[in-house]
Design a protein around this ligand. Structure first.
Ligand SMILES: Cc1cc2nc3c(=O)[nH]c(=O)nc-3n(C[C@H](O)[C@H](O)[C@H](O)COP(=O)(O)OP(=O)(O)OC[C@H]3O[C@@H](n4cnc5c(N)ncnc54)[C@H](O)[C@@H]3O)c2cc1C
Length: 452
């Protein structure tokens, strides 16, 4: 029986980062990465295969990222944590000293009659499924996207770029409502409309009609939407079959239960990424946040802790970023309404400026930043950036400020660099200005004598 010092089950972002970090922290060479796919795809850019990239082959995760770790393409079917072995569908059994589970997630299949029809596609992170979808789109006119979350919206935009007639059907009042504020959702939907994408919200598909293929979707309202192809993007569920089979504890959002060191309930077994339970940075309660960025952070933590406890996960801060037509959007941490639900007395500051200066420099775009602070401690809880392409990096900067526990005053005085082509003007840095706005609002609510 072969044995490895470290076996990682999963070749997605979590598994790959675990292999990289294990080598970095421990100079460990004896590592096996196990995955189903002969070639791994980059999951975040899957929607862009269909418009911008044009082919699945331009969206592969190269094995050189694994820095020499061995790869087994196979299906791990069981773990014996007493004997410290993993068994595979091909009959092989492999021993481990340490095991990291990075088994990821799979798409939710909604219980809609007709969802199993030939032209109804789920978004699997698998090269062959994704290639099938590329071929199926050829010559198709009407594409229906079920689910207006980040994945659904990104698919809709890319399909529209190819010239298809696209309709999104979304259960909630707005697309992206589960991650963004209402104001941001409205801006996103306006951009979708400008691109000619039809958006039907507050409704759901009750059935797909057609003989072999779905030809139209019937909505709960009775409305019928023509479709030649359907892409279903209604969320993901953690892959916990292996862990459950090995009697590992499962958390309340369905992920493998882990402690702050990413250790599971079984000795020498860690779990990271979409398959692992996550806990909010703010109240340490379980949250369902399945992002590659989160998977990579957890994988670094698990790898650091393989031999002894060195790195602690103090909680997940999500950053949801996307681009919809001409606008980029990012939201870090809590929305104002979520912060209020958690019991914070919220104060919001806002600022807007062009992304380049002076305005005569070409290519500048407006960027609006909104920051949410806790009034009593002054600490930053969340923030959004919307408009120019710098939104993504500003969102990441907000997450860093939240992680560092920075207050209104501290964000106002954040040292930032400026350049006419790269940032807002030194007088108008959107982040520091939004914090200054919040500070001003707090100050203006105090009686004059208290201000002195
Ligand atoms: C369309 C789309 C767009 C996205 N965009 C973004 C984005 O912009 N930003 C972002 O942060 N996140 C994004 N995400 C989310 C991100 O893709 C996931 O959070 C990320 O892939 C999780 O990584 P992971 O390693 O935990 O799991 P996965 O990527 O799901 O990988 C799981 C791995 O485990 C393997 N595996 C599972 N079970 C077994 C077994 N029994 N035996 C062997 N191998 C097994 C699989 O073969 C696979 O290699 C997007 C997701 C999708 C689908």
């Amino acid at each position: 029986m072969k044995k490895f010092k470290l076996v990682i089950i999963g070749g997605g972002p979590g598994g790959v980062q675990a292999a990289i970090s294990a080598q970095r922290y421990h100079e460990l060479k004896d590592i096996l990465v196990v995955r189903h796919e002969s070639k791994a795809v980059i999951p975040c850019s899957i929607p862009y295969i269909y418009g911008t990239l044009g082919s699945v082959d331009k969206n592969l995760m190269p094995d050189r990222l694994l820095c020499g770790a061995k790869v087994k393409v196979g299906d791990a079917v069981s773990i014996d944590h007493n004997k410290m072995t993993v068994s595979f569908a091909d009959g092989e059994r492999i021993g481990y000293d340490k095991l990291i589970l990075a088994t990821g997630s799979r798409p939710v299949v909604p219980p809609i009659p007709g969802v199993d029809k030939a032209n109804v596609y789920l978004v699997n992170k698998d090269i062959y499924c994704l290639r099938d979808l590329t071929q199926a789109m050829e010559g198709v006119r009407h594409i229906l996207v079920v689910g207006g979350g980040l994945t659904g919206v990104e698919f809709a935009v890319e399909c529209r770029k190819r010239g298809h007639q696209v309709t999104i059907v979304e259960l909630q009042k707005y697309c992206l409502q589960s991650v963004y504020t209402q104001e941001l959702c409205i801006r996103v939907e306006a951009s979708l409309a400008r691109q000619g994408i039809a958006v039907l919200t507050n409704t759901f598909v009750s059935s797909f009609e057609g003989s072999q293929k779905a030809e139209c979707a019937e909505l709960d309202s009775g409305q019928r939407v023509k479709c030649d192809l359907v892409i279903v993007c209604v969320g993901v569920l953690p892959n916990t079959g292996l862990a459950e089979h090995a009697s590992l504890d499962i958390g309340s959002t369905g992920g493998i239960k882990v402690d702050e060191f990413q250790k599971t309930s079984a000795p020498d077994i860690f779990a990271v990424g979409d398959c692992a339970e996550k806990y909010s940075f703010f109240d340490h309660q379980p949250i369902a946040a399945r992002l590659a960025s989160v998977a990579i952070r957890e994988a670094s933590i698990a790898a650091a802790n393989l031999c002894s406890a060195r790195s602690r996960n103090t909680g997940t801060i999500t950053v949801f970023s996307t681009i919809v037509g001409e606008i980029a959007v990012s939201l870090a941490g809590l929305t104002p309404s979520r912060a209020s639900e958690l019991g914070y007395d919220v104060i919001v500051g806002k600022a807007q400026a062009t992304s380049r200066y002076p305005e005569a420099i070409p290519g500048g775009k407006w960027l609006t930043v909104e920051l949410t602070f806790d009034r009593s401690s002054g600490r930053l809880l969340g923030g959004s950036a919307c408009g120019a392409m710098t939104a993504g990096e500003i969102g990441n900067l907000m997450a860093s400020c939240i992680f560092g526990g920075l207050t209104m005053e501290q964000v106002t005085l954040l040292p930032v660099g400026t350049h006419p082509w790269l940032t807002a003007s030194p007088f108008a840095c959107q982040l520091t200005s939004a914090a200054a706005d919040a500070l001003h609002r707090v100050g203006s609510q105090q009686p004059l004598n208290e201000k002195q």
